[in-house]
Ligand binder design. Structure first.
Ligand SMILES: Nc1ncnc2c1ncn2[C@@H]1O[C@H](COP(=O)(O)OP(=O)(O)OP(=O)(O)O)[C@@H](O)[C@H]1O
Length: 675
């Protein structure tokens, strides 16, 4: 099928779904969230699949399914299931909902005032219906397809996000404002009449647009965060190294032995002093050892593996292996989200500048044919990818692994948890993959639960080195953490209060659990004149990237995000992280609040704790607060006591191996070295 190419310039024109249930009683706008907490766990246990199917599929949307019976054989579902490697459909996640509408975003990628109860804005869309059925939906947080138990309908005219329909009939709960926002009139257009007719008559087929992301413009556009006042405090963090004969750590880039061209690039990027994780990881990787490393968020883990890998490639140049049909990268880096893959690839780009090293990237939501032609045009030494897209290319024989010398898992614990593990296993057990003895396997994360470490050892050589900078899974101490007790119905007002208290809300990320709450919250804040955008898995890729760009360039002050933005994203000037909804796991909390307070800069995290829903997190939250020398509010202690009565706290952990040598603070000081 021909791809419908969308370039960044017209990316904004794609509409996106925003779902939620609104009540607008004149001046009192409220949101009715029928969120069933229990379904989240189910959703987390769903299958992995490949996002690129999107691009190969003709997606049929059903518009405004008012009072209609829904097509059970959703085209999208069928397209998905035809792909046998998308595997397990036995484990559907179910999400309950009631009638709801989709609301498209406008062309500015923001949520401008748009839904005021204004009779002149033709704001009279009606949606009724209560359909239920198991449907397949792509979940970009997990880059996977999920089956969902969904009711409700799409009250939107030309939504390019596939609609999801099960059987349905009867009355729904939407009122008014569904539909597409027409830029020409600036209002919401309820389009139930039109939509209904189209649904009955022609069921339009909307080809999936294939997006070509913009190339990196220059170093300036991807420049990293500048070191903050607390950068020097990194020196005081305890570092534990375990494993036999670890190489001596370095104390400066100049004495690291890194190639001159890398040193030049480092200096161009204003990297003057290595961070602790760089002090340790660089010599270990240069020395050819496998490595599992944990260090706090924002402490330079990416450069800690990119630099020594580049160094080794430069020291022993490897011929590019490719032809018009396939290529064999020497380095494969896998990360969980698309934006993170792009960011890592930018890091490779800036440090390999001036060398012959070829760098490619693959991620979902973008044109398959474009990415294919990019990597086959000239071959790649280093390929950075999300797992789903990589496996798609592997299945098609476009990428094989016979030449792999380095295999890197960034956010390794996430890559090895239930969600991504099958995808990673598929790569590592691929018939062409070089055996672990013939490659270096490298894993990094700020969090590394011991069960994940156990799993990870399967892929590492037995003599791998383990480096722990500070407490594994600990929060960055430069983030001041505040926890506020608030019930779910008061969160919206509390958020507003907190934003008003900020001197300047520029650089605020608000994390929510659900995509529709992300859209609702972004719309709500925009309505109150706080320029806000959102990033989540139901947004089209161009919109996601535009949202990030708008936030990075301060066009938007606030970014409302789901888990897609929790890990790895390195954005300058993030001053606040607000956990509007707390995540389900403490590791996720650590990653989220780590979007601020990076590289020695100060940051602030505010979390809304709803005792009804967040109680289970209380003991771990207290542990993290204490570890980071933060105040523990009494309500949290109370909540924790209730939980601990049921289950005792877990111990701290380190390297899971008990039979290896452990060295603490192995780093030589500058003085020692000079001496
Ligand atoms: N030695 C250094 N000197 C100056 N800047 C650095 C140095 N190391 C890393 N940085 C910058 O610090 C920022 C954080 O780095 P990076 O994103 O690699 O952190 P991380 O540890 O991977 O964080 P996370 O756990 O959130 O993924 C980036 O902007 C990077 O360019």
């Amino acid at each position: 099928m021909e791809e419908n190419i969308v370039s960044p310039s017209n990316a904004n024109e794609i509409n996106q779904a925003a779902v939620g249930e609104w009540k607008n009683n004149e001046n009192n706008i409220s949101y009715n969230d029928n969120y069933d907490q229990n379904v989240v766990e189910t959703l987390n246990n769903t299958t992995l699949s490949d996002n690129s199917v999107f691009e190969n599929a003709n997606i049929k949307t059903q518009e405004n399914n008012c009072d209609s019976s829904f097509n059970e054989n959703n085209t999208w579902v069928n397209q998905t299931e035809q792909k046998s490697h998308f595997g397990n459909t036995n484990n559907p996640g179910y999400r309950k909902g009631q009638g709801r509408f989709n609301k498209s975003n406008n062309g500015n990628n923001s949520y401008e005032k748009s839904w005021s109860n204004n009779s002149t804005s033709n704001n009279n869309g009606r949606g009724r219906g209560r359909g239920r059925g198991i449907i397949k939906r792509f979940d970009e947080e997990n880059e996977s397809f999920k089956s969902e138990y969904d009711s409700g309908f799409n009250n939107q005219g030309d939504n390019s996000v596939p609609s999801h329909r099960g059987r349905g009939r009867g009355r729904g709960h939407n009122r008014g404002r569904g539909g597409r926002r027409d830029q020409s009139s600036g209002g919401w257009h309820g389009n139930s009449e039109d939509g209904h007719k189209k649904h009955e008559n022609d069921k339009p087929t909307i080809p999936k647009a294939a997006y070509i992301p913009p190339d990196i413009e220059n170093e300036e556009s991807i420049s990293g965060i500048e070191a903050g006042l607390n950068f020097d405090k990194y020196k005081t963090i305890e570092v534990k190294v375990s494993g036999t004969n670890p190489p001596q750590s370095i104390t400066s880039f100049n004495s690291s032995g890194l190639s001159t061209i890398l040193l030049d690039n480092l200096s161009n990027c204003n990297f003057s002093t290595p961070t602790p994780v760089q002090n340790y990881a660089i010599p270990i990787i240069i020395d050819g050892r496998d490595l599992m490393a944990s260090a706090q968020t924002g402490s330079g883990k990416t450069a800690a593996y990119v630099l020594p890998i580049l160094h080794n490639l430069l020291k022993q140049p490897l011929q590019l292996v490719f032809d018009e049909h396939h290529c064999e990268p020497h380095v494969v880096i896998i990360a969980p989200t698309r934006e993170l893959v792009a960011q890592i690839s930018e890091c490779v780009w800036k440090f390999s500048k001036g060398t012959d090293i070829k760098n490619g990237l693959l991620y979902g939501g973008t044109s398959v044919s474009y990415q294919k032609s990019k990597i086959l045009q000239r071959g790649v030494h280093i390929l950075t990818s999300t797992p789903g897209r990589l496996n798609d290319f592997v299945e098609k024989g476009i990428v094989t692994f016979s030449s792999v010398k380095f295999f890197v898992l960034d956010e390794a614990d996430r890559m090895l948890d239930m969600g991504f593990k099958p995808e990673i296993e598929r790569v590592l057990t691929h018939s062409t993959m070089t055996p672990s003895e013939s490659r270096q396997t490298i894993m990094f994360s700020a969090t590394f639960a011991s069960e994940i470490q156990h799993m990870a050892t399967t892929y590492l050589k037995p003599d791998y080195i383990f480096v722990a900078v500070g407490e594994i899974g600990g929060a960055c101490k430069d983030v001041v953490q505040t926890v506020i007790e608030v019930t779910k119905f008061k969160k919206k007002n509390t958020l507003l209060d907190e934003i008003k208290k900020m001197e300047n809300c520029q650089g605020t990320i608000v994390f929510v659990e659900r995509k529709k709450v992300a859209d609702y919250t972004a719309a709500y804040l925009s309505e109150l004149d706080y320029p806000t955008t959102s990033i989540h898995g139901a947004r089209e890729q161009p919109e996601r990237e535009q949202a990030l760009r708008d936030f990075k360039t301060n066009k938007m002050k606030i970014l409302v995000a789901t888990a897609v933005a929790a890990r790895g994203l390195d954005i300058k000037g993030v001053n606040y992280v607000v956990n509007f909804d707390l995540p389900k796991t403490i590791d996720e909390y650590v990653h989220r609040i780590g979007r601020t307070g990076r590289l020695g800069n100060a940051g602030k995290a505010i979390s809304f704790f709803d005792p009804e829903f967040d109680g289970l997190l209380a003991p771990e939250l207290i542990r993290i607060l204490k570890q980071a020398d933060q105040e523990v509010p009494s309500f949290l202690n109370d909540a924790s006591e209730r939980i601990l009565l049921a289950s005792p706290a877990t111990d701290d952990f380190n390297d899971i191996r008990t039979n290896v040598e452990v060295t603490s603070n192995l780093v030589a000081t500058e003085e020692e070295e000079e001496w």
